[in-house]
Ligand binder design. Structure first.
Ligand code: ZN
Ligand code: ZN
Length: 425
């Protein structure tokens, strides 16, 4: 009989880690980290590498891959993911190690060991691991992101969504749900209580205000995550604000070259190549000191203004009311970006008041509650168990409520905590 143990991601966003066991074989779905209020990494529950038949990683965000190299300190289990996930994941893990080495048990050697044990798969390509059948399809979240269809040795079928987006964006197609029978759905719930506004409206509004600022001679700073959000926003600005000078700064340059290397994973590779030709990548301080002095759009990490060149630009342009700072990424409570939105200043940077226009735009790469419910509707006639993970308690309990309204009482719905084990039948 198949069972699932929640090693992380129970009642929390991030630290995804779910151990599926059947007939003495064990597959780990994701092995990510989380960060506490002091930004220290928190790791998921322990699993012995020797007990693992294999690992499947849905995507390159650290909350899904960041703990995986631990399993290569004493072991060498096979690990399945797409090529973009491996390439982006290695870059993010290296950066993670640089900042947090003190708190992390593994080193670059384990990251390399993990890479050599990687089975790189394409979407739709089925592989077999110790009696488990594994198939990845596109999740629409970041480049190479996947959902996992998993059939256990005794024939129990599971769909794990990973992080999922159910709308088409500039860079990616929406999540690809296959019309096949599943017994258990493991679904994320990051925005289980949020209804995102229609994307085209948000984009239209953002393009409009960018144009206004540029027309009046101002500069627009868009702090953005370097994976996904930067590429998304540069396509949007290129298409909707024709003629705008667009500069990209931060780690996004390397990430964008990975996007280009794996362009078959993009929704429209031709469009993306054209945008990359048009935008200018900031090469160093010589560029950085110049570009904010004239009308331009600067897309820069870090997305929550936690550091990186976006903080430099904020200090340079923030005083002048002709300029604007448009936040487009998730802003964690107590992050500098959140403080800027709440108070108009950021005390830790010594900025009492930002005079530039400040606004937040919802360009999330996660499905909102409607999108998540759509996934449930697709499988409601076949599924027996729904396991809600990767969400704060408010959000996951709201999703549970609306799922219940949709499906009635015949299906089991679980909202497990870390350490819980669920027997699937
Ligand atoms: Zn996640
Ligand atoms: Zn993610």
């Amino acid at each position: 009989m198949a069972k699932i143990k929640i090693l992380g991601g129970g009642g929390e966003v991030g630290r995804a880690a779910y151990l599926v066991s059947d007939r003495g074989q064990n597959i780990l779905l994701d092995y990510g980290v989380n960060f506490d209020e002091n930004d220290r990494p928190q790791f998921p529950g322990h699993v012995r590498p020797i007990d693992l038949t294999g690992i499947v990683i849905t995507h390159a965000h650290l909350d899904h891959i960041g703990a995986a190299p631990i399993l290569y300190i004493t072991g060498h289990p096979p690990i399945v993911m797409t090529k973009p996930t491996l390439d982006i994941g290695r870059l993010l893990i290296r950066d993670f190690l640089k900042i947090n080495a003190f708190y992390i048990d593994y080193d670059l050697e384990e990251v390399e060991n993990m890479s050599t044990k990687t089975i790189a798969v394409e979407y739709g390509q089925e592989i077999e691991l110790g009696g488990f059948r594994v198939l990845l399809t596109s999740a629409g979240h970041i480049l190479g992101s996947s959902m996992v269809y998993l059939e256990t040795p005794s024939g129990h079928r599971i769909l794990y969504t990973g992080d999922i987006n159910t709308i088409q964006t500039w860079t990616l197609s929406k999540a690809e749900l296959w019309p096949i029978k599943i017994d258990t759905l493991i679904i994320e719930s990051t925005y289980g209580s949020t209804k995102h506004p229609p994307r085209h409206e948000t984009e239209h509004r953002l393009a409009g205000v960018i144009e206004e600022v540029l027309d009046s001679g101002g500069t627009v700073l868009i702090p953005a995550f370097s994976v996904g959000r930067t590429q998304e926003v540069m396509c949007l600005v290129h298409a909707e604000v024709p003629g705008a000078d667009i500069f990209i700064d931060g780690m996004s340059r390397e990430i964008t070259s990975i996007y280009l290397r794996h362009k078959t994973y993009l929704r429209d590779p031709g469009l993306f190549e054209k945008v990359v030709e048009h935008v200018k990548f900031v090469r160093g301080w010589q560029d950085r000191r110049k570009i904010w002095r004239r009308p331009a759009v600067i897309i820069s990490s870090a997305g929550m203004l936690k550091g990186g060149p976006s903080v430099y630009y904020l200090k340079k342009i923030g005083d002048n009311p002709s300029n604007a700072v448009y936040l487009v990424s998730y802003q964690a409570v107590d992050s500098p970006g959140h403080k800027l939105l709440e108070t108009g200043g950021i005390d830790e940077f010594g900025i009492d008041r930002v005079n530039a226009r400040v606004e937040w735009f919802d360009l999330s790469s996660h499905a909102g509650k409607d999108g998540l419910l759509d996934v449930v509707k697709r499988y409601k006639n076949v599924v027996q168990n729904i396991i809600i993970v990767h969400g704060e308690p408010d959000s996951s309990s709201n999703l549970e409520r609306i799922i219940r309204e949709e499906i009635g009482e015949d299906i089991s719905v679980f909202r497990p905590l870390n350490g819980d084990e669920i027997v699937l039948d």
